[in-house]
Design a binder for this molecule. Structure first.
Ligand code: SF4
Length: 196
């Protein structure tokens, strides 16, 4: 049965399935429009995110804000989250076990939001959503249509900060995302309860 936002947020807040939950300041469940047309999924919280309990608020988050703005979207009208809701120590990549533990929450969020498109940011999101055999350098920019949802992998903004040479490709990916979204009919509004 589909959970409610209140139940889901309570489940995430109380979750201790992974050892990393013991060392965090805040869970980072993700935030944005619970009726969003677009979900954006990254890897996991960093230091800033852990401090504030919000996804993508550090330097990579600022770049993400600019990237969304460039295709006419504000942060408030999308939903931004991660594969894991707890910060892995030292910003290491989440283990497969941590990702497996946490993915049911992301799936539940996706079921509540019913987005028309999902933007996967970076290799970790790609691996756990579309498959471990895929490489971000090959898969980026190519839509996968899954259960009526257009899923597009692209580079993580942190990778763009490390290697600005990748920005041109990321921009091409975002333009494809903009074109897909603009060609889709307005989303039917969710009638379910909303968080907060
Ligand atoms: S990463 Fe996810 S599954 Fe693991 S403890 Fe945190 S909230 Fe729970």
């Amino acid at each position: 049965m589909l959970t409610s936002w209140a139940q889901l947020n309570a489940d995430i807040a109380g979750c201790t399935k992974c050892g990393i939950s013991a060392g965090i300041n805040h869970k980072v469940p993700g935030q944005g429009d619970p009726d969003a047309r677009l979900m954006v999924i990254g890897e996991g919280p960093g230091a800033q995110e852990d401090r504030q309990g919000l996804a993508f608020v550090g330097a990579a988050g600022q770049l993400l804000t600019q990237m969304l703005k460039a295709i006419g979207l504000s942060r408030e009208e999308v939903f931004i989250g991660n594969i894991v809701k707890c910060r892995p120590p030292g910003n290491r990549v989440p283990t497969d076990g941590e990702a497996a533990n946490c993915l049911p929450y992301l799936r539940a969020q996706t079921a509540l939001i019913r987005p028309q498109a999902i933007l996967l940011l970076g290799a970790t999101a790609l691996k756990h959503i579309l498959g471990p055999e895929l490489r971000i350098t090959k898969a980026r920019g190519q839509f996968v249509l899954s259960k009526g949802v257009y899923i597009l992998p692209t580079f993580h903004p942190a990778a763009l900060l490390r290697d600005p040479g990748k920005k041109k490709d990321a921009w091409e990916d975002l333009k494809r995302l903009r074109d897909i979204l603009s060609g889709l009919p307005e989303k039917e509004k969710n009638s379910r309860d909303h968080p907060n």
